[in-house]
Design a protein around this ligand. Structure first.
Ligand code: NI
Length: 225
């Protein structure tokens, strides 16, 4: 009897141990799959909910009034551009890579739009380097065929530029000495609607196709509202 029970319990233990391995083998991929699905769900949630906090508040957390000087020499304010959605980039013409790269991405995005769609947007380059970016310097720079058609360059006094950058929460500072200094600066494209309200931002290095799709979505939403 003794050996029967011990053999039986030994067999049950082995059986249980065997089953445990089966469960572990089954559970491992299931846990991985559930984790993957949970991650997918949370990322989709992020994408959908990202603009919500700004919209819900009803207040423009980004943007605001500014007064600057266009590359044509005329003084402009945020009111000057009412009626057109704005694509605003803060940078400077002596920037070796970041600014030209971003402006080319914006050009590439806008090239994907129809002429009619494109006409709804006004691209703006606001300098963070008013010392070197004079009206003439900007006028030369914005006509580069690599940049968006109709790009308007804006400069002003250091105070005017600081006020505009502050409204858009753009950080910038001089880096280096002498005439060949660089400017450290945020590299973000802002989409503002035709009334000057913040709509969206495009991070540095965004895909032109994604930007174009977002701009078309924006036009679609504004058409139906
Ligand atoms: Ni730059």
């Amino acid at each position: 009897m003794q050996s029967f029970w011990s053999r039986l319990s030994g067999g049950l233990r082995q059986f249980a141990a065997g089953r445990a391995w089966v469960w572990i083998l089954l559970a491992a991929p299931m846990v991985m799959m559930l984790t993957f699905l949970a991650l997918m769900a949370s990322e989709q949630g992020d994408t959908v909910q990202r603009p919500a906090p700004v919209r819900v508040s009803g207040e423009a957390a980004i943007g605001g009034p500014f007064e600057l000087v266009a590359h044509t020499g005329e003084t402009v304010t945020d009111q000057t551009f009412r009626g057109k959605a704005l694509l605003i980039y803060f940078g400077y013409t002596y920037c070796p890579d970041v600014c030209p790269f971003s402006l080319q991405i914006l050009a590439s995005a806008m090239d994907r739009l129809s002429e009619e769609e494109r006409s709804a947007f006004q691209p703006l380059l606001i300098t963070v380097d008013p010392e070197r970016d004079t009206v003439d310097q900007l006028a030369q720079y914005v006509t580069s065929p690599a940049f968006p058609d109709g790009l308007i360059g804006l400069t002003g006094s250091p105070e005017q530029v600081a006020a505009a950058a502050g409204a858009y929460r753009v950080a910038y500072r001089r880096a280096g000495e002498g005439d060949d200094y660089l400017m450290d600066h945020s590299s973000i494209i802002y989409l503002m609607d035709a009334e000057g309200n913040f709509v969206d931002i495009f991070a540095h290095g965004s895909d032109p196709q994604m930007i174009a799709a977002r701009l078309q979505d924006f036009l679609e939403q504004n058409r139906s509202s």
